[in-house]
Design a protein. Structure first.
Length: 399
């Protein structure tokens, strides 16, 4: 039966190509939609479960976007005096607080660290945000010439990076977080301040005050039972010169963007799926009419109805599996560039796109292609196989 089905498919080249193309477009759209939503949802879940801080405080004198600061690696140079740490620590409900200093914007002219977008200094003694993401179980003491790199930063030749002419050794790599931490290099906060002070790119920022006692953000973990949103409101309504935002609100904003994108993508897929189903049904119905005489001859020489029915479905599977496989593989190769484009466009946290994900999406695409093909062909196949041999021969034309 396979040989007969293969011959029937290959001798009708135009019809076969059209059927494969319809399936290809439908599965390409589906796999792209499914994989993109899966990676973005994973990013939001990661950010929600393991971000670490409950409240983030940024300078109130500038237009700082907490969403951008927490979830993306877009370089921002914002600063406030470190005395704000002591002021916040005195408030009830604050369990831990740690500062960060946003230093150098990373680009090829200053550094040999492709894949990283910014350099951030953190306080090792008080940090509770960076260390949980390290692969090792114990904390390491960073030397002045050591750095930690985010999960999306490519391995460096010899484990060494050059930043503004200074060499730094990679001490450890963070796990993938789905946030801006993945494209960030972390080092001791005092070393980061020295780099910022010497940087020709940031020189104009230190006209009024050098960076020695400045920070860019204060990250807070609240005590159990304390509402982070309430603490953020307390800070904003006090004399503390900072703009506090509850991380939960930031994640909620990310979820809203994710929901809107999900709706749009699945509406797009739904429209393509309906169009593909109608197109495939029309193709298979037309092929069934054209092959009435052929099916009649098959039945007249002893072929059973089940054999005719199975032959038509087998031919269908050959075409839709080919289209589904091509569509799935094309989508798999397009996912990472698409995710990079979405990151620039929508500032959404992202999970990782792995080989396992690619295999799963490919198999899922094949399954959808088979289901779509069988659903579209089952009625024309049943109708053709149900004809009596004499009726099929007299009413059909041999192709």
């Amino acid at each position: 039966m396979f040989l007969l089905a293969w011959r029937n498919v290959t001798r009708r080249k135009n019809q076969t190509i059209i059927t494969i193309l319809i399936t290809f477009i439908a599965i390409l759209t589906f796999v792209t939609t499914q994989a993109t939503i899966s990676v973005l949802n994973e990013g939001v879940q990661l950010a929600n479960s393991r971000l670490g801080a409950d409240v983030i405080v940024l300078p109130h004198t500038v237009r700082a976007d907490a969403f951008q600061t927490i979830l993306t690696a877009d370089p921002v140079n914002i600063y406030m005096n470190e005395s704000i740490i002591d002021d916040i620590r005195k408030l009830p409900g604050v369990e831990q607080i740690t500062p960060q200093f946003f230093a150098q914007t990373l680009n090829q002219s200053c550094c040999t660290v492709g894949g990283a977008k910014r350099l951030v200094g953190f306080d090792e003694s008080s940090d509770f945000v960076i260390w949980p993401w390290l692969s090792g179980e114990e904390r390491i003491k960073l030397a002045p010439d050591q750095i930690l790199v985010g999960g999306a930063v490519p391995p460096m030749l010899g484990g060494k990076a050059v930043i503004l002419g200074e060499g730094f050794w990679v001490a450890d790599r963070l796990e993938t977080t789905g946030t801006g931490m993945d494209e960030t290099i972390f080092l001791d906060i005092n070393v980061a301040r020295e780099i910022a002070k010497a940087s020709p790119y940031l020189k104009s920022l230190w006209v009024e005050e050098p960076p020695d006692h400045l920070i860019s953000a204060a990250l807070i973990r609240v005590e159990e039972g304390v509402d982070p949103a309430l603490l953020a409101d307390v800070i904003n309504n006090s004399d503390i010169k900072g703009n506090a935002v509850a991380v939960g609100r930031v994640i909620s904003r990310a979820k809203d963007q994710m929901d809107n994108m999900t709706k749009f993508l699945f509406l797009l897929w739904g429209a393509v799926a309906i169009t593909a189903a109608l197109g495939l049904f029309g193709r298979f119905n037309s092929l069934a009419r054209e092959r009435k005489k052929e099916i009649g001859i098959f039945r007249a020489i002893g072929g059973q109805r089940s054999g005719a029915f199975g032959l038509i479905l087998f031919e269908t599977l050959l075409m839709v599996v080919t289209g589904g496989l091509l569509g799935s593989l094309t989508a798999v190769f397009l996912i990472q560039p698409l995710l990079d484009w979405i990151r620039e466009l929508a500032q959404l946290p992202q999970g990782t796109w792995s080989i396992i994900d690619a295999v799963y999406s490919t198999l899922l695409g094949l399954g959808i292609a088979i289901a779509l093909g069988v659903a579209s062909a089952i009625y024309p196949a049943w109708k053709s196989a149900s004809l009596e041999p004499q009726e099929a021969i007299s009413s059909g034309g041999l192709d």
